[in-house]
Design a protein around this ligand. Structure first.
Ligand code: PLP
Length: 406
């Protein structure tokens, strides 16, 4: 194997510089541990932006991928294949009654959802085509999704914006209601905002949004790309929401990415049957979407989560971390909030740290992430043991306690 410096030099030469990559080459992973090319070990509390929901190289997932790889890789969606159907059944069991469209990423699943919302808005000669999203939201990097994303930074330099996307303040129901007009086709929101800084809404917000959508014939899209698949201590984060009558708040469309492939490229648009039925042949597609290997892995992820009771485990570990970090004496005066649900947590620092916080944490043997300038994000694999979680939190505390914040 070439020396680390050679790999880094080649990486700079041959890879486009659109990512702020750290000068570390990750070489191996097992469970919640990563090893770099120099053999240094890290506890991974960010799981590849939440993608490795069951950690690295999970034996059940290796087995599912290997068995499927020996049987059938790809035929395209002119045929039925069993892994897609088996996986979709799991979504129906743990989510809500619906039907699936498969693609490869969160952005693509949101694209599909916005297309479907527009298609529905154009039904019977209708003129509904606008999609409302929330400030601080993130929905992906395609041209339409940077237009949906509620943070102008992602649009800078890529103007003009794709028309028909409108943003309002998240959690402010009056602002949302005021933004709705006769041309509004859809509302898209993350149940908990991820990239925006682990932001949660007032408890009655989602229920009111659902009611508004019902009253005005608007398609409600929950972007569960970050929050889905057990991460927040529910199978899907919208299952935390309660309507005013105490009932469930169910979207018309739910989108998934990241965790749903466990580190392989899988995106899902899951839609209620009466909405899904509008996507007739020719309206949308994806050549490799629903690839049997990815689907076999996705199905197995759901089976392992259920078998090992990982939804409850994520909820427990999240509660434990929130109280532990809030009470941690070493962090007094350094942090202003600890929020989130399950194993999707944000620790808000008093102010933005000096550049290099993630590197300083890595030097202490823990992989974390910083978003919204001053929110440390923790999102490990949801099968992390309590012991490793505590060990990781020790390292996070040690890192943050040493930060000089203004
Ligand atoms: N939606 C949400 C809520 C996300 O957090 C992300 C990525 O971070 C996306 C969509 C885009 O997903 P992808 O990078 O797989 O396209």
């Amino acid at each position: 194997m070439p020396h680390t410096q050679e790999i880094l030099d080649d990486g700079k030469k041959y890879l486009i510089g659109n990512y702020g990559r750290l000068p570390i080459v990750m070489a191996r992973g097992e469970g919640v541990r990563l090893w770099d090319s120099d053999g240094k070990e890290y506890l991974d509390l960010f799981a590849g932006f939440g993608g490795c929901i069951l950690g690295h190289c999970h034996p059940d997932l290796i087995q599912a991928a290997t068995e499927q790889a020996q049987q059938l890789w790809h035929v395209g969606n002119t045929f039925y294949t069993t892994p897609q159907i088996e996986f979709a059944k799991r979504l129906s069991t743990h989510g809500f009654e619906g039907q699936a469209f498969f693609c490869h990423s969160g952005a693509e699943s949101n694209e599909a959802a916005c297309k479907l919302a527009r298609l529905r808005g154009h039904q019977n000669g209708g003129k509904k085509w606008k999609i409302i999203s929330l400030h601080k939201s993130f929905h992906g990097r395609t041209l339409a999704m940077i237009s949906a994303t509620g943070n102008p930074t992602y649009r800078a330099g890529f103007e003009p914006q794709v028309p028909g996307f409108v943003q309002v303040e998240g959690g402010d129901f009056a602002a949302l209601e005021a933004a709705v007009d006769d041309e509004t086709a859809g509302i898209i929101m993350e149940p908990i905002q991820g990239e925006g800084g682990i932001n949660v809404y007032p408890p009655d917000y989602a229920g009111k949004v659902r009611q508004l959508c019902d009253a005005r014939g608007i398609t409600l899209i929950f972007d569960e790309v970050w929050t889905g698949c057990g991460r927040t201590g529910k199978w899907f984060a919208h299952q935390h929401f309660k309507a005013s009558d105490g009932g469930a708040v169910v979207p018309d469309i739910m989108t998934l990415g990241k965790a749903v492939g466990g580190g392989l490229p899988v995106g899902v648009m899951w839609a209620r049957p009466e909405v899904a039925k509008l996507l007739v042949p020719g309206t949308h597609g994806c050549t490799l979407g629903g690839n049997p290997i990815c689907m076999a892995v996705a199905r197995t992820i759901f089976d392992v989560i259920q078998r090992d009771r990982l939804v409850e485990h994520a909820a427990d570990l999240g509660r434990h971390a929130i109280s532990r970090l809030r009470e941690e004496k070493k962090l007094k005066g350094k942090i202003t909030d600890v929020r989130g649900a399950g194993l999707m947590l944000g620790v808000e620092l008093k102010s933005a740290p000096k550049a290099g916080l993630v590197e300083r944490a890595l030097a202490k043997g823990v992989a974390i992430n910083l978003t919204a300038k001053q929110v440390v994000r923790l999102a490990p694999a949801i099968n992390i043991s309590r012991e490793d979680w505590d060990k990781g939190l020790d390292r996070v505390v040690e890192t943050l306690a040493a930060e000089e914040l203004n």
